[in-house]
Ligand binder design. Structure first.
Ligand SMILES: Nc1nc2c(ncn2[C@@H]2O[C@H](COP(=O)(O)OP(=O)(O)OP(=O)(O)O)[C@@H](O)[C@H]2O)c(=O)[nH]1
Length: 824
């Protein structure tokens, strides 16, 4: 026989030995038995040989009374032991004997409590009784049976227990004769027990299987006793099998819940409450399933593989995540199931569901982290691949479609490795987010590329338009805006065509493409408009330049010399008309080829009938320029408003007036100097006084004029050459101009009586005052030319070297001629 293990379950004071039971259960490994165990109890009068029977029947080691010390109570409370060598695992409880002398009046209470406990917990209850008590009115077991039947009524839906009456010290009377008498006694007791209304007519057999065995006296016929006990033992093998000795086992709790169940039953019994076994079973199942679930959850959280996954997933994806987690979950849940399988199904399933939820709640953050890693990883890989595809020259649309499909498929594949079938979590939200991220990236790259392409065409357009437009506006004339329009159309068409070609690879909708092309066209327009505005801001300078060019230079671009023959009025009119043309061209943007009357309006308002004189009138009512808006031109295309034109013209006129005045003064001076004919009275006098004098004078004038003109032209030529070659300082040019004037003055001197033949040279330091004035006028300064030439010895030397010898030569010729004329 196996070594027996026993413990006191409930002590004599009714205290439940929890730790003792837990220890006992571990020792006999009861928790692992599931439903494959049986509980046998024995009750009966004190010192009726219960312990002796159990020890012989089940190989237990319950304490037995020493026969030589007399009959007294040996067993206190309830003891428990495992039956040795009986399968399935059978637990036997030895109850304190009834009817004992030690407990007195209170015994009833403990008897009832222990009897109820035994009925609630046991599959088989042995009722130990003396053979000689059968049929006796005052039999010792009668109160015990009454108690058993009474407490049984306190069990709701009691399990059907096997009541095995063990008749001790069997007499010669055969069992067949004893059993009916005993059953009759039992029935009488059953009938006498008060029952609840529901069980008034319920037969005893509804609640108990009654079995009767008889044993010979252990003390007197030990051999027989042991033989009979050995036979009886056989009935306890496979007692829980169908048809076995055990009852219907309706109230059986899984072995792992036995400890808790027994505690709760004893607690209820002690509190003298009714014992609802089905409810108790559910309660035990609830508590035990919860305990099992908690234990499994705790085991899961402590699992090494899980802890590694949980830690690793913080920093990156874990390979085979779904499979690993699923395996852990399966293990955990199957362990739960195997332990909780014998508990109430409803409770078990419910608790399993709760366990699953808790586990999935624990796992979910790791799952989302995994998806997050997959999403971000896929996105990064997509970005790299997309960039490489674009750099390799693949079309934008083709690259984006191909890369998107490829990496979404990669994500789907990777997701299948993460999915936990039990959880049934959906990765579609993460997938959608990835798709949105990819689309956003494609959009941003597209925007950047489009900006790049657009900028390139804008730059090209700016280069193609800006310079030429500036040049065209600089030469403002009737053809300026048509030329700009032509340029604009040509360059814009070229750029739009180029951009349209470049956009074909971007897979853009027609509307967006058209918008971009329109934007480029508008950009071209804005370049021209901007340049036009810029040039319009400099219109006054340009007008003055144009005026100056046309006024101061002849058709060969040579500087004009106001000899007196020029038509200053006409030249001024032409210059102003050209300047006004520039103003009218600059007044508005004419990219749309819409005719306007700006030029006519300006001419009418700013040039008089002759076209030369500009209006100095202030703005009056009815003045076509008294407006801030041209009639035919929208404000957006206006560069210079009518009133601004008026103001600009006034300023232009006043700033160019001086040049005209100067020219006129110079012309007047030249006219005076060229007026060599003697006064009319002299001509008349000469005609009257004599032919000789006339001829003399004629020669004198002709020769002197020839000589001086020659000298004057020589000096003029020298000055011009010097200017062109830039080897004479400007101030000396001024002096030479003065010298040139002085030669004119020399002609004048020739007619002055003070002129003498002894004066055969010109002292440059004594240039006549008249020539100084001429010099001042020529130079436009008030500086005394004397100071200039004095301040530059080098210049003076140069002049003396080049100009003066010639001047002196011609002057000497002049003097000689004059002397000859005088003499002749
Ligand atoms: N006449 C008779 N005496 C027996 C028999 N079996 C045991 N005894 C004796 O009865 C006495 C009590 O035996 P236990 O086995 O201790 O009886 P018990 O019912 O367990 O006693 P408590 O635990 O005190 O109630 C002992 O002296 C035994 O030798 C039997 O079959 N016939």
């Amino acid at each position: 026989m196996d070594q027996c293990c026993s413990t006191q379950l409930i002590d004599g004071d009714g205290e439940f030995n929890v730790s003792g039971l837990e220890h006992f259960m571990k020792e006999v490994k009861l928790g692992e038995c599931g439903l494959s165990y049986a509980v046998v109890s024995i009750m009966g009068p004190q010192s009726s040989g219960k312990s002796t029977l159990l020890n012989n029947l089940f190989g237990t080691n319950f304490k037995e009374m020493d026969a030589f010390k007399g009959r007294s109570q040996t067993t206190k409370g309830i003891w428990m032991a495992r039956c040795a060598g009986i399968e399935p695992c059978t637990i036997v409880m030895d109850l304190e004997g009834t009817d004992g002398r030690e407990r007195g009046e209170d015994d009833t209470a403990f008897e009832k409590q222990s009897a109820l406990f035994a009925l609630a917990v046991s599959d088989i209850v042995l009722i130990n009784m003396w053979c000689h008590d059968i049929g006796r009115e005052q039999a010792a077991n009668k109160p015990l049976l009454k108690t058993v039947f009474q407490v049984m009524m306190r069990l709701f839906s009691p399990r059907k227990t096997t009541l095995m009456f063990v008749i001790r010290d069997k007499t010669r009377t055969p069992l067949e004769n004893l059993e009916p008498v005993l059953r009759e006694d039992i029935q009488k007791i059953w009938d006498s027990v008060p029952k609840p209304e529901a069980h008034k007519e319920t037969p005893l057999s509804e609640f108990f299987n009654v079995e009767v065995v008889a044993l010979s006296s252990y003390e007197e016929k030990e051999e027989q006793f042991k033989e009979q006990v050995a036979n009886l033992r056989q009935r306890f093998f496979h007692s829980i099998a169908p048809g076995g000795l055990a009852g219907d086992r309706r109230g059986v709790v899984p072995a792992s819940g036995f400890s808790f169940s027994a505690q709760q039953i004893w607690k209820v019994i002690k509190e003298n409450r009714d014992l609802d076994l089905p409810a108790h079973k559910v309660m035990v199942a609830t508590v035990r399933c919860e305990e099992i679930a908690n234990e499994k959850y705790s085991n899961f959280t402590m699992n090494e593989i899980w802890r590694h996954i949980e830690e690793s997933v913080q920093s990156g994806p874990v390979s085979g995540f779904g499979k690993k987690i699923s395996s852990l979950l399966d293990t955990c849940l199957s362990e739960y199931h195997s332990e909780a399988v014998y508990f109430d199904e409803g409770v078990r399933t419910s608790k399993q569901k709760q366990l699953e939820e808790k586990l999935l709640q624990l796992i979910q953050p790791a799952f989302h982290s995994m998806l997050g890693h997959l999403r971000s990883g896929t996105l990064e890989k997509f970005k790299d691949a997309f960039e490489k595809a674009l750099n390799s020259g693949e079309g934008f649309s083709s690259a984006s479609t191909r890369c998107t499909e490829s990496f979404m498929a990669q994500f789907d594949e990777a997701c299948s490795d993460v999915i936990i079938p039990l959880a049934g979590w959906d990765s579609s939200k993460t997938r959608d987010k990835l798709r949105r991220d990819i689309d956003a990236h494609v959009a941003s790259v597209r925007a950047a590329k489009l900006t790049e392409v657009t900028s390139m065409f804008e730059k090209k357009l700016t280069e193609a338009l800006s310079g030429p437009v500036e040049a065209l506006l600089d030469e403002a004339g009737d053809d300026t805006w048509p030329a700009i329009r032509k340029l604009y159309n040509r360059e814009t068409e070229s750029a739009i065509s180029g951009l349209a070609d470049a956009l074909t690879g971007f897979d853009m909708d027609e509307k967006t493409t058209e918008e971009m092309l329109a934007n480029l066209q508008n950009f071209a327009r804005s370049v021209i408009e901007s340049k036009a505005r810029e040039e319009a801001g400099r219109v006054l300078i340009r007008m003055k330049d144009r005026f100056s060019t046309l006024f101061s230079r002849d058709s060969d671009s040579m500087p004009r010399v106001w000899t007196g023959k020029e038509d200053i009025r006409g030249i001024t009119r032409n210059a102003r008309t050209a300047s006004l043309k520039l103003l009218s061209v600059m007044a508005a943007i004419r990219l749309d080829d819409e005719p306007d009357n700006i030029s006519k309006t300006l001419s009418a308002a700013l040039l008089d009938a002759s076209g030369s004189a500009s209006s100095n009138r202030s703005i009056t009512v009815g003045d076509p320029l008294a407006s801030s808006k041209w009639e035919e031109v929208p404000v957006s295309r206006t560069l210079i408003t009518p009133v601004q034109c008026k103001s600009l013209w006034r300023q232009f006129k006043s700033e160019t007036e001086y040049s005209v005045t100067q020219a006129m003064s110079a012309q007047e001076a030249n006219k005076r100097n060229n007026n060599w004919l003697p006064p009319p009275w002299a001509i008349v006098a000469m005609l009257v006084l004599g032919f000789n004098e006339f001829m003399t004078l004629l020669r004198y004038y002709c020769l002197s004029d020839y000589c001086l003109s020659s000298s004057s032209r020589t000096v003029t030529k020298f000055i011009t050459t010097s200017r062109q070659k830039s080897f004479v300082p400007r101030r000396d040019i001024r002096w030479l101009s003065a010298l040139q004037s002085s030669m004119g003055a020399a002609r004048h001197l020739c007619r002055i009586p003070q002129w003498s033949s002894t004066r055969d040279s010109i002292n440059i330091n004594e240039v006549p005052p008249h020539s100084h004035e001429l010099a001042q006028e020529a130079s436009g300064t008030r500086t005394n030319p004397r100071i200039h030439h004095q301040s530059s010895a080098k210049s003076r030397a140069s002049i003396q070297q080049h100009a003066l010898p010639r001047a002196q030569h011609y002057q000497q010729s002049l003097v000689n001629c004059i002397v000859r004329c005088h003499r002749s």
